[in-house]
Write a protein that binds this ligand. Structure first.
Ligand SMILES: [Zn+2]
Length: 243
């Protein structure tokens, strides 16, 4: 069984075949970001005008209302889907913004960061994915710089899913608060999923304060992904970036 998974992973890494049961895309070559819109009719939004990630700059001063965080401990499962490493979250954690409750579904990572802030790229970025009852999405993004080990990553990486398709229950649940900064001021813009189908209408809430991860923690993630999993910066077009 293990041997099969390794084999599939090796083929996917070479970009030569389709993986089982999902539309195939990647971060380089003919399946890379420049081709996502043409890989499938479902990906039409990838060529849209409100795409993520972006370089956050040219901010508009704004009285942003604090995000109301209602998080409890609940990261229970970790998986490798070939595009990222993701921690699935138990029901019952949410944020409130614009008078609407968005439930935390999962968080996952990109190395290097997808969004830039004032032209600055970070070695790692976490995306905390939330949905309201109508399926609208809100993503809280956290930037990591290299420094002290992050205790949330220590718990999650203890069960690192090394190969595409691997999924493990976490022996110690990961509280999402462990990967968030103390200060929760944020930048805000309208964007999209950063992976196919690149659906727009996503509320992006990027933490201003970064957190740290150790060099070993960052390298452990890069090692299982085989290639950088950051979509290139997208044009801002007519959007405002609020701070
Ligand atoms: Zn992401």
């Amino acid at each position: 069984m293990k041997r099969t998974i390794v084999f599939v992973c090796a083929m996917v890494a070479s970009g030569s075949v389709f993986s089982e049961g999902k539309s195939h895309w990647g971060y380089s070559g003919h399946e890379g970001p420049n081709h996502w819109a043409s890989l499938s009719a479902d990906n039409f939004a990838c060529s849209g005008k409100n795409q993520s990630p972006i370089n956050l700059s040219g901010f508009i001063e704004s009285e942003l209302i604090p995000i109301a965080f209602n998080y409890s401990n609940g990261g229970y499962e970790i998986l490798n889907n070939g595009h990222t490493v993701q921690v699935n979250y138990k029901k019952g954690s949410s944020i409130k913004i614009d008078g609407t409750t968005f439930n935390l579904l999962q968080f996952h990572f990109h190395a290097p960061s997808e969004n830039h802030i004032n032209g600055h790229s970070y070695p790692l970025e976490a995306h905390l994915v939330h949905a309201d009852n109508n399926g609208n999405l809100a993503v809280v993004a956290v930037m990591f710089k290299e420094g002290a080990a992050n205790k949330g990553l220590t718990k999650a990486w203890a069960m690192m899913p090394k190969y595409e398709g691997d999924k493990h229950l976490l022996s110690a649940m990961v509280p999402v608060d462990d990967i968030l900064p103390k200060e929760r001021d944020y930048y805000r813009f309208n964007g999209s999923l950063t992976t196919p189908p690149c659906s727009e209408g996503v509320r992006w809430l990027v933490m201003k304060q970064e957190v740290t991860a150790s060099e070993e923690q960052i390298n452990a993630f890069k090692h299982v992904l085989h290639e950088p999993n950051n979509r290139p910066l997208q044009a801002i077009n007519a959007r405002a970036i609020l701070k």
